[in-house]
Design a protein around this ligand. Structure first.
Ligand code: FEO
Length: 416
């Protein structure tokens, strides 16, 4: 468990961003995996926003997940409106965590006009078989809600699907950014950056990195281009559809996302991620020797054991850190299977530019080497010479492993 953070009550809250902009977060506590793959032990919030002019717009929706629609309905009641009061439903992104309840919402409000990019509208048709009351907007198009409330739509493709856009409300300077600038973790009774303690911010920083590494990292080039494109907007408040809203220091999360995006090009922070698996402890002995070497050079490191630890957390550290140690035995003439799964995820997520040391023991014959070399093809890693040994590592093996740990640590320290 992460220290310094408690879930608080299972509370849905409505928060006021301005006289006309309201923020609703539905907190999802579940043992289900996010996207069917990523654990969310601290939950996730699905945020939606109501903008009131003469017309009312709802920005992003929820999935029918746990009690999200019920939480949304309660929030609307506290705003003194029903779903039928909404004139426009703006869908920045069509992934089902933000749209899964669309068909039911449309049944509750048949007159609502659904607004998205052209690609988004096509997904509304294919996912939900809705063909009427749809409006595709172009990059830069505006929507006047009356009473001085104007929305501007900006296409930001692949943050995180190709149809994605963001919406900006000029009077309050609020950027509704959907997945961009988001995080895992429920919010409880709080909502804004200035309401969370330092410890809670540390928690959310970790969970925003894990969210980024798991969900967004493959699209880091698009993140950089998207942020550049938004530079012309006066952003006073960043309002994503997962995690806290940034009204006091909106540029903190934008700069953080730029830093996260930079890790995709490698090498990353001057730290080392050690990932290991061991059948009978022989590889573990080798790993301990490498750790002694790293500690002599005082380079920070984190350790993850496979298959015990979920790849979501391993990915978070491996994405961020410039050094990697992969310690695994040979298993049936190939890599230890849980490590093969981790490397497959690294390949899919383009974990590139790392400096890597692979070590491991074998019993009768080797085989991990060939399998490993095939698995990392194309990852553009700087590979130190691997160290393998038969059975239990000898004193000479341990000395060599310790020295290799030192070598790796020195390279990481000296990296520019
Ligand atoms: Fe939160 Fe890509 O959906």
């Amino acid at each position: 468990m992460v220290e310094g953070y408690s879930f608080g009550e299972h509370i849905m809250s409505v928060h006021v961003i301005s006289d006309a902009v309201f923020y609703i977060h539905t907190d999802i506590h579940t043992t289900e995996l996010f996207e069917g793959i990523w654990p969310i032990p601290y939950g996730v919030s699905l945020n939606t926003y109501v903008v009131k002019g003469e017309k009312i717009a709802l920005i992003d929706l929820v999935r029918d997940w746990v009690d999200a629609p019920k939480q949304l309905e309660k929030a609307f009641a506290s705003l003194g409106i029903g779903f039928d009061a909404v004139d426009y439903l703006i869908l920045n992104h069509l992934e089902p965590d933000h749209t899964g309840w669309l068909k039911k919402f449309r049944e509750r409000n048949p007159r609502v006009e659904i607004i998205s990019t052209l690609k988004g509208i096509n997904l509304v048709k294919s996912f939900f078989k809705i063909d009427t009351g749809l409006r595709a907007v172009k990059d830069g198009e505006t929507l006047d809600l009356g009473k001085g409330k104007m929305l501007t739509f900006v296409e930001t493709p692949n943050i995180h699907w190709p149809e994605t856009m963001v919406t900006w409300e000029a009077a309050s300077g609020t950027l509704f950014s959907c997945d961009a600038f988001g995080s895992f973790g429920v919010l409880g009774s709080k909502g804004f950056d200035d309401e969370f303690t330092e410890e809670e911010h540390a928690f959310f920083e970790k969970e925003s990195l894990r969210y980024y590494a798991n969900i967004v990292s493959s699209f880091s080039g698009f993140v950089e281009r998207g942020i550049k494109k938004l530079a012309g907007l006066e952003i006073k408040c960043v309002a994503p559809s997962h995690g806290m809203v940034w009204r006091k220091k909106p540029h903190t999360i934008i700069e953080r996302y730029l830093r996260y995006a930079s890790y995709a090009k490698g090498p990353g922070e001057k730290e080392i991620t050690l990932i290991w698996g061991s059948m009978y402890g022989n590889t573990k002995q080798g790993l301990d020797a490498v750790i002694r070497g790293i500690e002599q050079e005082e380079v920070p490191y984190s350790i993850h054991r496979v298959p015990d630890e979920d790849v979501s957390y391993i990915l978070q550290d491996a994405y961020k850190n410039s050094g990697l140690v992969l310690a695994m035995p040979t298993y049936e003439y190939a890599m230890f299977p849980p490590m093969a799964w981790v490397l497959d995820i690294f390949r899919r997520k383009h974990i590139t530019g790392k400096t890597v040391l692979r070590i491991g023991s074998w019993g009768w014959v080797g085989g991990a080497k060939k399998d490993y070399e095939q698995a990392i093809e194309g990852l553009k890693w700087n590979n130190l010479e691997s160290l393998e040994w038969a059975g239990v590592p000898s004193e000479e093996d341990l000395a060599a492993l310790e020295a290799r740990g030192r070598d790796l640590a020195r390279i990481i320290k000296e990296q520019v």
